[in-house]
Design a protein around this ligand. Structure first.
Ligand code: ASP
Ligand code: MG
Length: 463
């Protein structure tokens, strides 16, 4: 079998990359490509470093460079026991280049999207060098690559690049397939690629999943395995619902729906390359590797007994409502409202308008709420419309393909929630019918999740 396996920052913890060597002993007969993301917290701190450099804070930047060096060194010792001289040479080269680019930003006091991408790609450059070295020191044949070296070519949308799949596919086949034939385990740094002109780009936060599925598509792998520190996708957060259970399978559509509503941490675009070739993705736990995890597939082998598969609680959101009798039958109000929010680059998660047309509510991440309020207020200030803010709300999102075309799901859901004494502030259903989302007050969130989980999942699925 051929696998692409991605290891995230939380998947290794105390054992360091020795963990990968241990796990690979179960895949001795297989061909495996490893994709790693940066060590935990590194991408965040690199981003912070570009900001401090832009502000001219040389002291902070120098301190940071020192700490980053030490952190990686500690991780090498955790993984290998010592720092092999040949690895030190490679790490020092990366240190040197990172230092120079941050000094460039310090002198210019300007961090363009292009330079930010270059800086934040270093997290995966370090981690891929260290992972490959750990494999080599443990007797594996291995070789490290940056995304660009492996052959990933993207457009030039820095910070949110899209791979140019035709060239990428050909490149990756040429670089990685011969190595796999030779029994080498290639290690590719996730998150980044290069433009046709060899300028470094990144896929957006969490983009290492995307790297794994792009490579999976290129080499036509049997499965992409995403390793983390949980058993897979659960029917609910076990901290809220102790009866929650791991789902053996979900479909691509359900996974996309979850990514879109922000309920799960798979990179939203990461599924495109595997859907195209119907390659399954498996989410597994490095600390419980015998657990089969959750497989994401085109069609499930065994239908889940409940129409609702996952109930999620999405925190840190807020709701903005615009009301006014003057909106009734007045075309263009909604358009202007959304236009202004779009101009302010505010991403809207949910929308609803009452049939009376006298109000429109939108839900967004809480951090954008003030900006949204001010933007809309500036625009509609002279009109007789009221704006209303609710910062203390959460979204409850239920996902399941079985809801599609099944009458009465919403009725059952809202009855269960009402019976739990929870007041629903706003409701939206995507036209895909794969998800029903609604807004409740912060303090009612857990109650609503429990009520739905009980009604749909616990009553149906006996463990
Ligand atoms: N290191 C990148 C991030 O933190 C990519 C990833 O972890 O998948 O966003
Ligand atoms: Mg991630």
């Amino acid at each position: 079998m051929k696998y692409v396996m991605k290891f995230g920052g939380t998947s290794v913890k105390d054992a360091g990359y020795r963990k990968i060597c241990e796990l690979l002993s179960d895949y001795k007969k297989d061909k495996v490509v490893i994709v790693v993301s940066a060590l935990r917290g590194v991408t965040d701190s690199l981003l912070e470093a570009t900001r401090k450099a832009e502000l001219g804070d040389a002291k902070w930047v120098n301190n940071f460079l020192q700490e980053l060096k030490e952190m990686h060194r500690t991780f090498v010792i955790k993984s290998i026991g010592a720092v092999p001289a040949w690895l030190q040479v490679k790490l020092s080269k990366a240190d040197y280049e990172l230092e120079h680019v941050l000094y460039g930003i310090l002198y210019l006091k300007e961090a363009t999207p292009r330079s930010v991408d270059y800086v934040i790609s270093f997290g995966e450059r370090y981690s891929s060098e260290i992972a490959a070295a750990t494999l080599i020191e443990n007797g594996f044949k291995s070789k490290s690559f940056t995304g660009g070296e492996a052959g990933i070519v993207t457009n030039d949308r820095f910070g949110e690049a899209t791979p140019l799949m035709n060239i990428t596919r050909e490149n990756i086949k040429l670089t990685l397939l011969p190595l796999l034939e030779d029994g080498v385990v290639p290690v590719v740094g996730g998150f980044a690629g290069v433009t046709k002109d060899q300028i470094t780009t990144t896929f957006g936060r969490g983009g290492s999943d995307y790297t794994a599925t792009i490579i999976g598509n290129a080499i036509e792998t049997d499965e992409v395995v995403i390793w983390s520190d949980v058993d897979g996708i659960m029917t609910a957060d076990p901290k809220i619902v102790p009866e929650a259970q791991t789902l053996p399978e979900i479909t691509y559509d359900e996974a996309i729906e979850m990514a879109v509503i922000g309920a799960k941490s798979l990179h939203p675009r990461a599924l495109e390359p595997v859907i195209e070739k119907r390659i399954p993705v498996r989410l597994k736990n490095t600390f419980n590797p015998t657990h089969p995890g959750t497989q994401i597939v085109d069609k499930v082998a065994k239908p889940f007994p409940s129409v609702v598969k996952v109930v999620s609680l999405i925190r840190d959101v807020g709701m903005l409502t615009i009301k006014g009798a003057s909106m009734v039958g007045e075309p263009g109000t909604a358009a202007r409202f959304f236009d202004k929010l779009a101009e302010a680059k505010i991403n809207i998660m949910m929308i609803s308008q009452s049939v009376s047309e006298s109000n429109i509510s939108v839900v967004m991440k809480r951090q954008f709420l003030d900006k949204a309020y001010n933007t809309v207020k500036d625009h509609f200030g002279n009109e007789t419309k009221q704006l209303h803010l609710e910062p203390d709300v959460v979204v409850i999102a239920s996902v399941g393909e079985g809801m599609k075309g099944t009458p009465g799901v919403a009725a059952r859901m809202f009855k269960a929630v009402a019976d739990a004494g929870v007041n629903v502030r706003m409701i939206a259903q995507g036209s895909s019918e794969l998800n029903i989302s609604f807004v409740v007050k912060d303090e009612d969130g857990a109650k609503a999740v429990k009520a739905i989980h009980k009604e749909f999942i616990e009553e149906k699925v006996k463990t």
